[in-house]
Design a protein around this ligand. Sequence first.
Ligand SMILES: Cc1ncc(COP(=O)(O)O)c(C=O)c1O
Length: 394
Amino acid sequence: MDDLERWRDEFPILSRSVYMINNSLGAMPRQTARNLAAYADAWATRGVRAWEDRWWEMPAEVGNRIARIIGAASGSVSMHENVTTAHLVALSCLRPSDIRRRIVCTAMDFPSMVYLFRGQEANGFELRVVPAEDDLTIRTDRMLDTIDQTTAVVAFSHVLFRTSYIMDAAAIVARAHEVGAAVILDTYQSAGIIPVHVADLGVDFAVGGCLKWLCGGPGNAFLYTRPDLVKTMRPALTGWVSHPNPFAFDVDETALRDDALHMMNGTPAIPAYYAALAGLDIINEVGVDRIRAKSKALTARLLARIDECGFTSAASRDPERLAGTVAVSVPDAALVARTLKAREFIVDYRPPVGVRISPHFYNTIDEVDAIMAEIESIVATKDYDAGGHRSLVT
Ligand SMILES: Cc1ncc(COP(=O)(O)O)c(C=O)c1O
């Protein structure tokens, strides 16, 4: 048993399932149930006074825990409902001009972002989507060639959600800044599973969420804003929570807070923050370097077993370019994924890469071997789950 397996008891689902879907929804820490009970108790017993006790400043409290994980200064992370809205807050600080109005993103970014960026064309932006290669990665040189003096913002995923490919963020940020463009880095698939240091990277904004590798559940997206920029930012998507004296209720007030809450807008999602606390504490305590070392061992084993079984994978064979997920391509991959889930091997299916397997620090090499044996058996027998309930969710 390695050191990190001691944490397994803290995650109830691990005793009943082989839980390998941490790039989608991280396992719930046991402590989260107690924290949610504390939320209910505060509401029940303190009522509206809970805002004064803790709730009003809670976005900053949670944001500071996230800041430690992504290499950001305290007071530089604001909280938002999801990554799409966090992006929109950042974009709403930028004003397209006749000569500089392009948003550069990639075809492998999460589609919600591309939809949002395209939506910004109505506000005067113009979208350039850097195409993917046959192996579903994005070539750095193609990205660099697309960024020029007409680029207002470069917005891209640090780690691509289908293949878990790690982009060369430093080179892209350098090019963007060389031409005077802003950068929004989407760390949703990197924060908590590979080392991320947004301050060292020098990005203007970074977004992400607690749902996946941070084991914090939904409703907890975050926005990092470079501390030296924040005071100059005037987000068009704004609201009373960003004000230093919100309870003055002054419609003429234009002053914004000095810290990251400058980037907030309406009433924060307090129950989601209670849900996020335990996962963030655990990730901070375990440390992302140790998580990365364990993750590399688990993904290496997955790839070795995939080769032995004669399956293929879109995952990079360069461990320095592969983050936490290995997708395996098998015949009838959607059915295989559904059958695995019915048998308590929790994965998902994403076209065209197949079954995504994403172990976290609490998973074991034995679990990797067990899931690969199960996949081998399902593929050989085609004994697919006939399950009655059908959902849009895969
Ligand atoms: C890289 C990346 N960005 C964004 C999202 C989701 O964004 P949102 O929080 O707006 O649903 C995902 C979800 O899987 C993702 O992998």
